[in-house]
Design a protein around this ligand. Structure first.
Ligand code: RB5
Length: 168
């Protein structure tokens, strides 16, 4: 039997994904992403993950950079293995998260982009646009994001080039 692969808060056991005991997934959104963030948070908790919720906590208007930055900081220092960010389009909050050189935030529109962001880009944050994606698609895409390991191989040097540290 193939050995377990442990990565990003998950254990890959053949075809099966098992949340790592104590693995934490951070979630954050602005007001436009609040409802979807709450739905995804509940899914994560039901799947056995610990969730670090960095807000926002209502649909009252807020600024997405504050939440994308907070989530990126949490992932960068290891407070969470992976992160989920949601705003209206997913664009603003993913730009904010990607300002952190340790973060690779992927804006996913479907299951395929979520899967490829893990296989090719080793994304550690997934972003969704709550005004553009259906909740069911986002829920499935998040499951796939968490269940897909980095493919490694030819993608390793490319991903290394994404981090500022690699250039210095
Ligand atoms: C908020 O109205 C909206 O601009 C924000 O959620 C996001 O879509 C920005 O990129």
């Amino acid at each position: 039997m193939a050995p377990d692969v442990v990565s990003g808060g998950s254990i890959y056991r053949g075809e099966t994904i098992v949340p790592m005991a104590g693995a934490t997934i951070a979630v954050a959104s602005d007001h436009a992403g609040f409802d979807l963030k709450e739905t995804l948070k509940s899914d994560l908790q039901q799947a056995g993950y610990a969730v670090l919720d960095l807000g926002t906590n209502s649909t009252a208007s807020v600024d997405y950079p504050d939440f994308g930055t907070a989530l990126a900081d949490a992932v960068a220092v290891g407070k969470a293995e992976k992160g989920v960010v949601v705003c209206g389009t997913g664009i603003g909050i993913s730009i904010a998260a990607n300002r952190n050189p340790k973060v690779r935030a992927a804006l996913a529109h479907d299951v395929t982009s979520a899967r490829l962001s893990r296989e090719h880009n080793d994304a550690n944050v997934v972003a969704f646009g709550a005004r553009l994606i259906g909740a069911e698609v986002a829920r499935e895409a998040l499951k796939v994001f968490l269940a897909t390991p980095f493919a490694g191989g030819r993608h390793v040097p490319r991903v290394a080039k994404l981090s500022r540290e690699a250039k210095s």
